[in-house]
Design a protein around this ligand. Structure first.
Ligand SMILES: N[C@@H](CCC[C@H](N)C(=O)O)C(=O)O
Length: 365
C-alpha cells in the first residue's frame, strides 16, 4: 500500500509587494516534518482590492506508491498546471495562461478530467488565453467538460476579459479584440467590473447553424416543428458561432413553465437529435413580458449549466424573430440575469453580465 501524501498550495497576492507567490508544501503522515517550497510565479499582478490581498488555498491529496519525498517532488517538477477558476453566473471555467504558445497546454482528455466535479477541480469547461492572430489581441479557445471544442462561449469570454486584466495588471475600463472560433469578439470591462461583450451577428442560415430542419424561403428555421420522442416542439435555430435550438414550447401547448421541465431527460434528446449534425445547445424559454424572459439550458458537451451567454443571445434573437419580445431584454438564467441587446443598426448582439474569480490553484498533470 502506498503512503498518503498531501500537497498544499497557498497563493498569495500582496498589495505591498505587488507580487503573486505560490507556496507548495509536501506533507507525509509518516513524518512530522512539513517541507515547504516557495517559488515566484508571476511578475506583477495588480493588488488594489480586498480580494487580491486575501489568501486563497487549495489542497490536493493523493496516494503515492513510493513514500519518497524525492519521488513526489519529481512529479511536481514534471508538471503542475497553474490556473484561476472563474464563473459567469455560475457557469464556471478553469482559465489557463497560454500566452506563450499557440497550442493549448493540455489535451481535451486532460481538460475533461479537470472538469470532473468529483475527481477533478470541477468546471463546465477549460479556457485558454493564447496569442492573438489576424490583428487581434488574444485568441480564446475552450474545451467543454466532455473534452469537445466549441467555437465560442459567452460567459467564458467575460471571464476571459477579467483574466487578461488580471494577467496584464490592467485596471478600470478596458476592451480587447479576441479571436475565437466564431470570429472576432470584443469584450469590454466596465467601471463596475461587469463585462459588456460585442458578440457579433447571429447566423440564421440553416446549413450554417447547422441544422437539417427544412428551412424557410429565407433559409432560416423559425418556429418549425421538431419531433422529440413523439412530442412536437416548435423550435427556432440560431448560431452565435456555436449552434442553438430555442423553444418556447410544444405545438398547441401552453407557454412553457421552465421550472417544471425534466431537463436531464429531454436535454440529451435535443443535443443528439439527427437534425443537428454538430449536436446542439438547447434553450427552453418562458416569456414573462416583452423585455423579460427566463430560460434553462442544456449545453452541448456540458449538460445542464447555470448559465449560457451565447444561449441567452440566441434566445433574444429567437424571441424577436417569433414576435415575442423586443430587442432589449433581461434574460433570467438559473445563475442570475444577463442583459441582452440585439441592435438594429448593425445587427450585432451585446451581452452584459458579471465575471468573478472563484479561486487560484495548481494541479499536477
Ligand atoms: N456556456 C457557454 C457555451 C459553451 C459552449 C457550448 N457548450 C457549446 O458546445 O457550444 C456560453 O456561455 O456561451
Amino acid at each position: 500500500m502506498g503512503a498518503i501524501a498531501a500537497t498544499i498550495s497557498l497563493h498569495l497576492t500582496s498589495p505591498t509587494r505587488r507580487s503573486l507567490t505560490f507556496f507548495t508544501a509536501s506533507l507525509r503522515p509518516s513524518s512530522p516534518i512539513l517541507k515547504l517550497n516557495s517559488f515566484h510565479a508571476a511578475a506583477s499582478p495588480r493588488a488594489t482590492s480586498l480580494r487580491e490581498s486575501a489568501v486563497s488555498c487549495s489542497m490536493s491529496v493523493e496516494a503515492v506508491e513510493k513514500a519518497s519525498p524525492a519521488f513526489f517532488l519529481d512529479r511536481i517538477e514534471a508538471g503542475f498546471l497553474h490556473f484561476v477558476k472563474y464563473h459567469g453566473l455560475g457557469n464556471d471555467f478553469i482559465l489557463v495562461d497560454n500566452r506563450d504558445s499557440s497550442e493549448p497546454k493540455i489535451s481535451p482528455e486532460q481538460a475533461a478530467k479537470l472538469c470532473d466535479r468529483n475527481f477533478g477541480i470541477g468546471a463546465d469547461g477549460v479556457i485558454f488565453a493564447l496569442p492573438g492572430i489576424n490583428g487581434t489581441d488574444y485568441t480564446m479557445r475552450i474545451y467543454n467538460s466532455d473534452g469537445s471544442e466549441p467555437e465560442m462561449c459567452g460567459n467564458g469570454v467575460r471571464c476571459f476579459a477579467r483574466f487578461i486584466a488580471e494577467l496584464e495588471n490592467l485596471q478600470g475600463r478596458h476592451s480587447f479584440k479576441v479571436h475565437t472560433g466564431a470570429g472576432l469578439i470584443v469584450p469590454e470591462i466596465q467601471e463596475d467590473g461587469k463585462v459588456k461583450v460585442d458578440m457579433g451577428e447571429p447566423i440564421l442560415k440553416a446549413s450554417d447553424v447547422p441544422t437539417r430542419l427544412p428551412a424557410n424561403k429565407d433559409q432560416s428555421v423559425i418556429k418549425l416543428g421538431l419531433n422529440v420522442d413523439g412530442v412536437t416542439w416548435n423550435v427556432t435555430c440560431v448560431s452565435m458561432g456555436n449552434p442553438h435550438c430555442i423553444t418556447f414550447g410544444t405545438e398547441g401547448g401552453q407557454n412553457l413553465k421552465v421550472d417544471e421541465l425534466k431537463l436531464a431527460e429531454i436535454g440529451p434528446k435535443f443535443e443528439n437529435h439527427e437534425v443537428f449534425p454538430a449536436r446542439t445547445n438547447t434553450e427552453f424559454v418562458q416569456v414573462f413580458t416583452r423585455s423579460h424572459l427566463k430560460m434553462r439550458v442544456w449545453e452541448r458537451g456540458a449538460g445542464a449549466t447555470l448559465a449560457c451567454g451565447t444561449g441567452a443571445c440566441a434566445v433574444v434573437v429567437a424571441a424577436v424573430l417569433e414576435g415575442r419580445a423586443e430587442r432589449n431584454c433581461t434574460v433570467d438564467l438559473p445563475g442570475g440575469p444577463l442583459q441582452i441587446e440585439w441592435r438594429q443598426e448593425n445587427n450585432h448582439i451585446y451581452m452584459t453580465g458579471p465575471a468573478e474569480v472563484v479561486f487560484y490553484g495548481s494541479v499536477p498533470l
